[in-house]
Each structure stands twice: as C-alpha cells, then as structure tokens.
Design a protein around this ligand. Sequence first.
Ligand code: THU
Length: 130
Amino acid sequence: MNINELIKKAKSAREHSYSPYSKFKVGAALKTKNGRIFTGCNIENSSYGLSICAEREVIFKAISAGEKDLDTIAVVTDSNKLTTPCGACRQVIWEFSKTMTIIVANLKGKKKEFKIKELLAHPFGKGSLS
Ligand code: THU
C-alpha cells in the first residue's frame, strides 16, 4: 500500500473519532513491515486525562494483534498547520520502532513526512535504564 492509500485509510478512520470535548478529530493508519494495515482514531473521555490519541490507539491495536515490526504511520487532521504526534505518542512510537516513518496530512491534501528519530531527537529507551 502506498503513502496516498495509507493517508486515505487514516482519513476514513478519522470519521470514527470520538472527540466531543476538543472537537479535534484525528485519524491514523499504520502499516506493518509485513503489509498489514491497522486504523485508529482519538477517543476522548469526560475525565479528560483518560483520552487517547489516534497514534497510540492504532499502535496498541497492532501490538495487541501480534505485530511487532511497524513501518509507517499516517496521521490526518483538519488542521492547516499539519499535526505532528504529541510527545507521549513519539515515546510510544520509539518503543516499537526506531525507524518509523510518520506521515502527517490534512484534509486538503497537504502532507509532510518525518522519521521518528527527527521527532524524538534524544530518546529515552530501554538502554537508558541500565
Ligand atoms: N490528538 C491526537 O489524537 N493526536 C495528536 O497527534 C495530537 C492530539 C488528540 C488528543 C485529543 O483527543 C485531541 O486530539 C486534542 O488534543
């Protein structure tokens, strides 16, 4: 599946966003190295801190389905200024992939590509515990 198709999947997943508090809908689509596609969205809660971002939601879906080798994540919002993953999501991406490609896009077709290493320049990881 190419980048534009992955963005399209993220766009459709965004429609399922449960975001009555922020009204900020986010969709994500994740491609694994073996070609499986997972989709997710942000899910909020009236107890705000229990809300989860689309990126973590889709990664947890893939991990719980037995996938370990993640490749690319596409994130779609309706924002003119493209939305890059929050700090917590960057940390979770890093946990499962040191080479993840992150594509951020909006509904108007604007898009930009990053690697997790650029977004999380000095990561905390397994090696930091020793
Ligand atoms: N959100 C995401 O899902 N991903 C991001 O990269 C940034 C923020 C969600 C969390 C919350 O539901 C809403 O967007 C506003 O912060």
